[in-house]
Design a protein around this ligand. Structure first.
Ligand SMILES: C[S@@+](CC[C@H](N)C(=O)[O-])C[C@H]1O[C@@H](n2cnc3c(N)ncnc32)[C@H](O)[C@@H]1O
Length: 227
């Protein structure tokens, strides 16, 4: 069995080089893993965006969550599906797997394990959720993740992608977001140039796509329903 150190050596370079502080540093991860922090980072929009995800989920659904999310996102999803549902959470970083496992330990419908969203090797699900993962991965991985998520959608099911989007031209926070991305999130501005539907390539053809934007278009919620 891999210990945490050797498992972390196998992590993708984008995670080690760019996001080590946020996801691989235990004391900071423990501090960031609070709903108030997520709400602040998303300019007060976290709950509204989580609500958009919950609207796509029914009690009893099998939900696949591609990567861990700080705060109580997964607890809210688990509450929505209830004890008859099933929530499978994956994350590529062992530290995030253990933090998430601890957060969900009293919820038997939730199961957390290590996994790569670009190559998930999982059972299909009624709802596949990808919450603010795409902007944190390089463009080539964005394509792999988007396509892999669609592959996992069961007949009649859907994939829900929530992520950054190009803000309106005169959005007062646009210049600041551009600076934050240049400083901390080098793969994020590409979300301003590409539609998630286009990342799916030909695989997107078997889906009905819907998109809504939030907060002056800074965020997007894209739903792909398997036809
Ligand atoms: C969902 S994203 C961003 C979420 C958002 N910033 C938050 O937590 O509020 C963060 C997670 O993605 C994970 N991650 C990055 N690349 C991944 C991959 N290829 N497969 C699965 N998880 C991945 C990171 O380890 C991290 O825990």
């Amino acid at each position: 069995m891999l210990d945490v150190t050797s498992a972390e050596a196998l992590l993708p370079s984008y995670l080690r080089d760019v996001y080590s502080w946020a996801y691989l540093t235990p004391w900071l991860a423990g501090w960031l893993d609070r709903q108030v922090v997520v709400q602040t980072i998303l300019w007060g929009n976290a709950q509204r965006l989580i609500g958009d995800v919950l609207d796509e989920i029914e009690p009893g659904d099998r939900v696949f969550q591609a990567a861990a999310v700080y705060g109580d996102f997964s607890r809210q999803v688990a509450a929505k599906i209830g004890r008859r549902g099933q929530l499978e959470v994956r994350d590529i970083a062992p530290l995030q797997v253990s933090l998430t496992r601890r957060k969900l330990s009293d919820l038997p419908q939730a199961h957390v394990a290590r996994g790569d969203a670009a190559d998930p090797q999982e059972e299909s699900a009624d709802v596949v959720v990808c919450f603010f993962l795409l902007h944190e991965v390089p463009d080539a991985v964005k394509l792999q993740v988007t396509r892999a998520m669609l592959e996992l959608v069961a007949p009649g099911g859907r994939a829900v992608f929530v992520d950054y989007h190009r803000p309106h031209r005169f959005h007062p926070l646009k210049p600041l977001m551009r600076r934050i991305f240049a400083w901390l999130e080098p793969f994020a501005t590409s979300m301003w140039r590409h539609e998630i539907k286009d990342l799916a390539g030909p695989r997107g053809g078997g889906f009905r796509w819907r998109k809504r934007t939030r907060f002056g278009s800074m965020y997007q919620v894209v739903v792909a329903e398997r036809i």
